[in-house]
Design a protein around this ligand. Structure first.
Ligand SMILES: [Fe+2]
Length: 293
């Protein structure tokens, strides 16, 4: 996994304040104002105490405009490419279309719907921690928004990915249960390769899953739903039936478009497949399944 591509380089200076250094190919490269705002958001997130309300972010007007552009563009693509259930979940969550929502207000909605809450993710969160807190119905979410110069592209998982991709699913009791069971499974097992196995099944379902609907493939995974490029391309991927061994042995590159995807017959089918795995997975499973790592 190449963390640099998903998480821009950030270090803490001698006073403990976060400092981002965007590489030359990053849309924010050279924008001091944006960099300073990213530093501040990371600073607030780093001070956050687990389980308490997420910090309020003072988004810039340009950030709100980025959000509006994305909302308009994604709505059209979701009509064409998103699973019907996803469109329903998004309508139930009813995120504002005119401004970047705060994690706290989304948490209030989610808490009423499924008990889930969002907490700020700063930089790279270790995998056991990232998934583990889902057992407590918590979900790590980035608070920053991508650079306004390229509203339809982000090299990192930003607040658009979290709120457009994950939050609607976290508001649906059936799918939120899969997030919670993922957390319980990760906390239950001991071997890093078992956690890697769980992470791969999560990747090919809740991040990049599709279902077949009316003779067409439609997306329900957060990574697909929040990416303009992926939405227009995923139907060209090699799309296979749900299969643990296939998911555990298919190499994937998080920095590229996905070439292999796995499709369920419905959200219920995905739930049955993934929840069965999550309830029973143990440290014997990597050998039993015959993983490639
Ligand atoms: Fe994600």
């Amino acid at each position: 996994m190449d963390d640099v591509a998903l998480y821009a380089p950030m270090t803490y200076d001698e006073s403990g304040y976060p400092r981002y250094a965007f590489p030359a190919n990053h849309p924010a490269h050279g924008d001091e104002d944006y960099t300073e705002r990213r530093n501040r958001i990371a600073h607030l997130g780093a001070q956050h105490v687990y389980g308490t309300p997420a910090p309020e972010i003072d988004y810039h007007e340009r950030d709100h405009e980025t959000w509006r552009v994305i909302q308009r563009s994604l709505a059209e693509r979701h009509d064409e490419y998103a699973a019907t259930d996803v469109v329903k979940w998004a309508a139930e969550l009813a995120l504002p279309a005119d401004r970047v929502p705060q994690l706290n207000e989304v948490t209030e909605r989610l808490t009423a719907m499924t008990g889930f809450g969002l907490q700020p993710a700063v930089g790279f969160v270790p995998i056991e921690e990232f998934y583990g807190v889902q057992a407590d119905r918590r979900f790590y979410a980035a608070q920053f928004i991508r650079h306004h110069s390229q509203p339809l592209f982000s090299p990192e998982a930003d607040v658009v990915h979290e709120l457009v991709g994950h939050a609607p699913a976290l508001g649906n009791p059936k799918v939120a249960e899969l997030y919670r069971l993922t957390g319980e499974a990760v906390r239950r097992v001991a071997e890093p390769r078992t956690i890697e196995l769980i992470s791969r099944i999560f990747w090919f379902t809740l991040e990049y899953g599709v279902i077949e609907e009316g003779g067409q493939f439609r997306a329900y995974g957060a990574g697909l739903l929040s990416s303009f490029g992926e939405l227009e391309r995923f139907r060209e991927a090699d799309i296979r039936p749900l299969d643990l061994k296939g998911m555990a042995t298919t190499e994937y590159d998080i920095t590229d478009y996905q070439h292999v995807l796995f499709a369920g017959r419905s959200i219920d089918h995905v739930h049955e497949f993934f929840s069965e795995f999550l309830r029973t997975v143990d440290d014997e499973d990597p050998d039993r399944i015959g993983v490639s790592f």
